[in-house]
Design a protein around this ligand. Structure first.
Ligand code: MTE
Length: 345
């Protein structure tokens, strides 16, 4: 694990101390309630070089899923899921401890900078994230280009503690700050024909040297069904551990969908489009048999190279069973009612 600068340790330590104080005063649950009240997680680093390799063979295509109408999707939207907020300091709602700040910020997947997890942070150090604008358009009535500072002001920042589960079968628990994607989408008014949301990372091979490699079709692209995008758990993260996101974690704006594998959580977003057709992600294009559109965490559907039955929490030695939808089934399983989750991986 690479050494963490003291300038990075201090904010994390302050954040933990702050939460402990709130907990002593009985205010932590209240804060979580105000903030949106969900405690969850995402995807994390692999344990060996083999873990890091991109995938190679999976099953069916995902064209059979029912797609809700725009009205249904947007109506169901920002009502945040009823996950229990944690009133204890520094654990999620299941009692899982936060992953160390050093691991969250030092063990990363970000192929634009490096395919070596511990090489991402040094390679991304100094990556300038100001000024930064995000263009939101496509099938919407009010397309707009937002400055990230403006987004934070307009939509606020709340804490979400989410489990992050990587398809490489490792996991973390991360305290994020950010705002619900649904708030932004509602502001631009999706049109009736909009069924999906397509996200794009910055394309700048000079500043993101991994993009000079032709193995992948850059820029990194990801997508969600509109109802997934509008779901209360879906976050646009601007910070973690109480500080602004660092470049290695996707600064200044990164998607977090805690019930899906971590590769869905696209970093350094510059473009969000509402579209009619299911977007093809970078991973779907690279290895369609390995990476599907849905990518819901599912212990019963293995990746060709990684069993998904269990996972290794970063910082722990023994493995733990994988939870369906990464432990968020109560909140999101209804989105997939009637769908064949083997076929729609
Ligand atoms: N976004 C971009 N633009 N490029 C990437 O390589 N990697 C994804 C996702 N977002 C990736 C990305 C993968 S595979 C994972 S597991 C998570 O970011 C890792 O997020 P973390 O480094 O903050 O843990």
């Amino acid at each position: 694990m690479q050494k963490i600068r003291s300038s990075e340790i201090t904010p994390a330590a302050e954040y933990v101390a702050y939460r402990q104080t709130l907990s002593r005063r009985g205010l932590l649950g209240a804060l979580a309630g105000v903030a949106g009240g969900v405690v969850a997680a995402a995807c994390a680093p692999a344990s060996s070089a083999a873990d890091v390799q991109p995938a190679a063979t999976m099953a069916a295509s995902s064209t059979t899923a029912p797609v809700p109408t725009t009205a249904a999707a947007t109506a169901a939207a920002p009502a945040i899921a009823a996950t229990t907020a944690s009133a204890a300091p520094n654990v999620d709602e299941l009692g899982n401890s936060f992953t160390d700040y050093a691991a969250v910020t030092g063990y990363n997947n970000y192929y634009e900078f490096s395919t070596d997890k511990e090489g991402v942070a040094p390679a991304a150090a100094g990556f300038a994230v100001e000024p930064w604008t995000v263009q939101v358009g496509g099938l919407v009535n009010k397309p707009a280009t937002f400055d990230v500072g403006q987004l934070r002001k307009q939509f606020g920042e709340e804490e979400r503690i989410y489990r992050l589960r990587c398809v490489e079968a490792w996991s973390m628990v991360i305290p994020w700050q950010g705002f619900q994607l649904g708030k932004l989408l509602q502001a631009v008014e999706p049109q009736a024909a909009a069924r999906y949301v397509r996200f794009e990372t910055l394309l700048d091979p000079e500043r993101m040297p991994g993009q000079q490699q032709a193995w992948y079709s850059w820029p990194y692209v990801e997508g969600l069904r509109l109802d997934e995008a509008m779901h209360g758990l879906t976050l646009l993260a601007t910070g973690l551990y109480g500080s602004a996101l660092l470049p290695q974690n996707g600064a200044p704006l990164r998607l977090v969908t805690p019930w899906k594998y971590g590769f869905k959580s696209i970093k350094a977003i510059v473009k969000i489009d509402l579209v009619a057709e299911q977007p093809t992600s970078l991973w779907m294009a690279a290895a369609p048999n390995e990476y599907g559109f849905y990518a819901n965490v599912n212990p019963q559907v293995d990746h060709p190279r990684w069993s998904q039955a269990s996972e290794r929490r970063i910082g722990e030695f023994s493995r733990r069973p994988t939870l369906p939808f990464n432990g968020y089934a109560d909140e999101v399983a209804g989105l997939y009612a009637g769908m064949d989750l083997q076929a729609n991986f």
